[in-house]
Write a protein that binds this ligand. Structure first.
Ligand code: AMP
Ligand code: ZN
Length: 136
């Protein structure tokens, strides 16, 4: 896609700190890292989000993210690694070319505390949601 910044990085029109490159997937350091080694993993072909990317390519991106995580763990020994992939602006996606964040966590200030934002739902509400969303 011609006006996509990540397509321009993949094609080399915009420079990046490249970490990994194969025929389908590309990975580079985030320009504004949460922590040392914060890496973005993306398909070379432009897809916007989880809804339009083919399933096998989505799975392959995570395979690459796993290998990158193992390499970061070996080289930098973080306390943990937070992996997230945002879909839609409300979910925190600012660049509309799908990408996985691999964020090494080294200390308390970088800790990811999703549990602090948790809702308290009633049994009835939980059962309704479970019924609504059950696939198998
Ligand atoms: P998201 O908010 O999930 O869409 O993440 C987009 C990420 O891309 C942000 O963390 C940005 O810091 C990062 N980013 C934007 N432009 C560049 C760039 N030119 N090189 C590397 N990372 C970038
Ligand atoms: Zn793109």
């Amino acid at each position: 896609m011609s006006d996509c910044i990540f397509c321009k990085i993949v094609s080399g029109d915009i420079p990046s700190y490249k970490i990994y490159d194969d025929d389908r997937v590309f990975a580079f350091l985030d320009i504004k890292p949460l922590s040392k080694g914060h890496t973005l993993v993306l398909p070379k072909e432009h897809f916007e989000n989880v809804f339009d990317i083919p399933e096998d390519l989505y799975a392959y991106m995570f395979e690459v993210a796993k290998n990158i995580s193992a390499n970061i763990k070996e080289k930098y020994q973080p306390e943990g690694i937070f992996i997230n992939q945002n879909n839609g602006e409300m979910a925190g996606q600012s660049v509309l070319h799908i990408h996985i964040h691999v964020k090494p966590i080294y200390n308390e200030s970088q800790k990811h505390k999703e549990e602090d934002k948790g809702m308290q739902l009633s049994t009835e509400e939980m059962e309704k949601i479970c019924n609504d969303l059950k696939i198998a």
